[in-house]
Write a new protein. Structure first.
Length: 418
């Protein structure tokens, strides 16, 4: 077997971390770090610190940072595909895994490692083919991850007997294999449901995001560029959201990454989490239909927002449990749209909604954040490039969020030192 450079680098960074964490807990474990209220308990642990996540920080006023870097900084500093302006998702993976910015060679090594691990067993496709074709794509996605669990290196090693100091090693193998295989699975689901079950073989010469776009059936370069941005900005979101928290929680039981990630995806599928991106698209399409299909005016958007609120519904894509400003990921998408699709009508509507909605929501005392989150824009991107099947959008979100599973490896390093 070829030497895994990424694994070697990770071991040098992560293994000493377990001793540091153990010492830190020993010295500081008695400190009280906060108090919480009954309202917080009943409201889904909002504002409660439940875990430490070093890879990203969601500051209420500054927005999200990955290892300290803002999204604009990452767009500038991370390696890019030849001729592209957007960062490679392999780069942000390396940054979160190692804690330092990657070189082009580092990002390329990640890409090569994933390509080498990307073969999906036939029984996974057989299982998907046995499902009704109208099964929601997220249901199929979660079931496919569970079907892959037969390949778990950690489960097999644990069954044979494994020193707890070595937990991280098979966990690493599982996580890397899962990340590598998911684009093929997600693309298979998409082509099965929406493209008459006609599938496209992967191209190992392409980077992770470009190959995913290719297998979906979109080979124009702009779509690949957009997919690189999409998969980068959705990569991580601290530890308090439903999907990340669930993945970490299940992983803390030493459930392998397949079991842990599938659990997280079942949380992501909820309308108050990952499903919100497709709800945004539906709302915008309903808005247009309400006014006869034409692009609405700001006044019409205002009236439709009020109608939505009066019906006891929320404006999807607006508000956030933590953020108290416009989500920087929304801004990154809006900037991308201004640069590469300035005449797109849906993107213009998204921008008008952004100008109209916050002042309305600020008038409601119970609404703490009237600003758009990441979901408010992503659907307009995808429609522009032809991916109009919005029931599939949450699978794309899940494909992005897979990289949160590698924290299970770090966790296993910590557990093994206890």
């Amino acid at each position: 077997m070829k030497t895994d450079k990424i694994k070697e680098q990770f071991a040098k960074v992560a293994l000493p971390m377990s001793a540091e964490i153990k010492d830190f807990i020993k010295e500081n474990g008695h400190h009280v770090i906060g108090q919480y209220t009954i309202e917080q308990v009943y409201s889904g642990m909002k504002g409660m610190i439940g875990m430490v996540t070093e890879t990203s920080k969601l500051d209420p006023e500054e927005g999200i940072r990955f290892r300290g870097y803002s999204i604009p900084e990452l767009q500038d500093k991370l390696p890019k595909a030849h001729g592209d302006s957007e960062p490679l998702p392999e780069g942000i993976f390396y940054l979160m895994l190692m804690g330092q910015l990657p070189t082009e060679d580092d990002a390329m090594n990640v890409s090569i490692a994933w390509a080498r691990r990307s073969n999906v067993p036939k029984h996974v496709f057989d299982m998907l083919d046995a499902l009704p074709v109208n099964t929601h794509p997220m249901t199929q996605f979660s079931m496919a991850v569970m079907a892959l669990q037969t390949e778990s290196v950690f489960a097999a090693a644990y069954r044979k007997g494994l020193n707890k100091k070595e937990y991280w090693d098979p966990m690493y193998e599982d996580v890397m294999n899962l990340i590598a295989r998911l684009p093929r699975i997600a693309a298979y689901i998409y082509r099965r449901v929406y493209k008459n079950n006609v599938h496209i073989e992967p191209d190992p010469k392409l980077d992770w995001a470009a190959n995913f776009a290719h297998m979906l059936g979109y080979d124009n370069y702009d779509m690949k560029r957009m997919m690189r941005l999409y998969l980068t900005i959705h990569a991580d979101h601290e530890g308090g959201n439903v999907s990340a928290h669930t993945t970490h929680l299940v992983g803390s039981a030493l459930s392998d990454p397949y079991l842990s990630f599938a659990a997280g995806m079942n949380g992501l599928a909820g309308p108050l989490h990952g499903l919100a991106n497709q709800e945004v698209v539906r709302w915008i399409l309903d808005l247009r239909d309400y006014y006869g299909g034409a692009a609405p005016t700001k006044e019409q958007i205002h009236d439709y927002v009020m109608k939505t609120m009066e019906e006891g519904k929320v404006v999807p894509g607006y508000g956030h449990a933590v953020l108290r400003k416009t989500d920087p990921r929304f801004t990154a998408q809006m900037d991308f749209a201004s640069k590469y699709m300035p005449d797109d009508e849906n993107c213009r509507i998204v921008k008008m909604v952004y100008e109209v909605v916050p002042p309305i929501l600020e008038g409601f005392k119970k609404i703490k954040n009237p600003w758009p989150n990441v979901d408010a824009h992503s659907g307009a991107f995808l429609i522009h490039y032809g991916l109009v099947e919005y029931d599939f959008y949450t699978v794309l979100f899940g494909e992005s969020r897979i990289r949160c599973t590698f924290f299970i490896i770090v966790g296993s390093c910590t557990w093994s030192s206890s």
